[in-house]
Design a protein around this ligand. Structure first.
Ligand SMILES: Cc1cc2nc3c(=O)[nH]c(=O)nc-3n(C[C@H](O)[C@H](O)[C@H](O)COP(=O)(O)OP(=O)(O)OC[C@H]3O[C@@H](n4cnc5c(N)ncnc54)[C@H](O)[C@@H]3O)c2cc1C
Length: 324
């Protein structure tokens, strides 16, 4: 059995208190703990000495609608609550429902999902296994054991909600020692398996703002080995707006789990604008996504297979939109 290392548990009741606790380098945020706890047990954060729980901070829970129709989802809202809330766009609810298992969705949060650590076949094993070789880049070593020819970390972005929230043009509020700021979910990520978030380590993601989805049609499609429980090995989020004549006025096509960050396929998005979503356009967009992506060879199933599945999953997501 894997055991946790000795840790101090802090349970602040305000965001200000939580931010102050994060000033200490070995302090880590704890929301539902469904990602953090297994990683701590595998000794992926050797310098950690404190977990700062966000669960007693009331203002981080719940879903509200602004007067302009945008949705504010508190970072501590559980995945189950997101999946069940009829005010949340259907494609976001479907993505939440595709995460892990019912037990994990009752415990895991939307904020934790957006900040979930990147995953790696080499690193995400007990440390006793890893001791067979030198540490990898992410563990403080000199090389990536997954892509030894590269000088970068190939851990894979594995959030199901990130691609669809990027597709919707959602933003997040961050609170840190210098106050509050808002950034697009798209800008929360960096394509680097180690420093995969652009936010500072002492910034707390407090809420997610989804713009009013009026007129937007969207879909999320997920590839994984087991339908009942598995991280995504490809996630496709699409959100398209149309004019009254059925012509696409704006659209986003976002791929998850192919790199260390969710990636927008701008070449594919450009094809959509000004066109009707018919089978010809769907085929062109799907092909553009296939050409664009080179899935990292660092998840379940082979990267070659995942690449072949990209146009199929993009096509299916767009067909969902066409059928709405
Ligand atoms: C068996 C299993 C299967 C899983 N399957 C999936 C899956 O299919 N899809 C998927 O996307 N995920 C999956 N996960 C990962 C995880 O359960 C979810 O991503 C979950 O939403 C994480 O939320 P949490 O609240 O538990 O985060 P935590 O574990 O508490 O935190 C995750 C990370 O985010 C940071 N963090 C948490 N909240 C905040 C915040 N408000 N501000 C700043 N940083 C924060 C933490 O410090 C930590 O680094 C799975 C996990 C397990 C164990």
């Amino acid at each position: 059995m894997l055991r946790l290392p000795p840790l101090r548990h802090a349970s602040p009741e305000t965001i200000v208190e939580a931010v102050a606790l994060l000033a200490d380098d070995g302090a880590l945020l704890f929301a539902g703990g469904t990602d953090l706890i297994p990683n701590l047990k595998r000794r992926q954060y050797p310098d950690a000495h404190t977990v700062v729980s966000l669960r007693r901070i009331d203002e981080l829970h719940g879903v509200d609608v602004d007067p302009d129709g945008s949705l504010r989802i508190g970072a501590l809202t559980t995945l189950a609550a997101v999946a069940e809330n009829p005010r949340v766009p259907a494609a976001v609810r479907e993505a939440a429902l595709a995460i892990a298992s019912p037990q994990i969705r009752n415990q895991g949060t939307i904020g934790g999902n957006l900040c979930v650590d990147t995953r790696c076949n080499w690193l995400n094993v007990p440390d006793t296994w890893r001791q067979a070789a030198e540490p990898c880049l992410k563990a403080g070593g000199e090389m990536c054991w997954v892509a030894p020819a590269k000088k970068e970390c190939w851990a894979v972005s594995s959030s199901d909600l990130a691609p669809i929230l990027v597709a919707f043009g959602a933003s997040v509020n961050l609170v840190g020692p210098d106050g509050q700021r808002s950034i697009d979910v798209e800008d929360l990520y960096r394509n680097d398996g180690m420093a995969y978030l652009t936010k500072a380590s002492d910034e707390i993601l407090t809420e997610i703002v989804v713009p009013r989805p009026s007129g937007v049609r969207a879909s999320y499609r997920k590839l994984r080995r087991r339908g009942s429980i598995d991280f995504p090995i490809l996630g496709v989020g699409v959100a398209l707006a149309f004019d009254t004549g059925g012509v696409c006025t704006a659209g986003r096509v976002v791929l998850g789990s192919v790199a260390s960050a969710p990636l927008r396929v701008r070449e594919a998005e450009a094809i959509l604008v000004g066109r009707r979503l018919d089978s010809e356009v769907i085929a062109e967009v799907s092909e553009a996504a296939r050409k664009f992506a080179r899935p990292f060879n660092n998840t379940d199933l082979t990267s070659r297979y995942r690449k072949r599945m990209i146009p199929i999953y993009v096509g299916r997501a767009l067909e969902d939109v066409a059928a709405q």
